[in-house]
Design a protein around this ligand. Sequence first.
Ligand code: UDP
Length: 247
Amino acid sequence: MPNRPPFRRVLLKLSGEAFSDPEVKGGIDPNVVSQVAKEIAELQASDGTEIGIVVGGGNIFRGNSPAAAGMDRSSADHMGMLGTVINALALQDAVEKAGLETRVQTAIDMQAIAEPYIRRRAVRHLEKGRVVIFAAGLGAPYFTTDTTAAQRALEVDADAILKGTGVDGVYDADPRTNPNARRYEQIDFLSALNQRLGVMDATAISLCMDNDLPIVVFELLEAGNIRRVVRGEPVGTLVHVPAGATP
Ligand code: UDP
């Protein structure tokens, strides 16, 4: 696939698992967080890319996990959203140590810790080169941070969602268990949805599809990868509306 033009403003989606040691799973590993922060700082310094980040919370708590069994779902989801704030503060610290200015904005007001989410203010921060970390999801239960990433990316007019994962793209089968699994260089939204390829949840994919917002799924911890994706190199899998097709 030929290189595409570079992205100018991106929304990076970091799942909770991006905060923990891949072997340990769960909790926060400062080394992993600082590696991601350094990659972000390098990208900003070299390319001037405007970077918003939506953080997940699965390393801490998920509203639909066994740990929440028997709980009221909305309360459990509130716990999940608070988990994302913990990750956001860890990431903020690491990105600032890497030399960038940051702001955390939360969808649930907690002004002693972070700014409330205000779209215009978020855009202004991005224009000034600050990394904006969006936490507490959408502030509403029954949603995910993938859907939050789609929503925030649309609101701040990002060129794409960069979804960093543990594998190097989207496959037609699980590459960890099936040696014949093939990676897609690109795939359209409907195929990703219909084949349940696990790119993001259906609500998030639908929102991206309806608004022609591309997603690049790539391996987060491969050094230099975030920059390669932003520069348009053929890394990972591009999920998009193919040219000529109507969204
Ligand atoms: N969550 C929510 N509303 C949102 C975003 C997140 O209720 O808008 C809750 C939900 O319980 C979810 C948890 O926060 O399980 C953590 O988010 P997510 O599972 O998306 O994190 P990730 O899988 O990216 O680590």
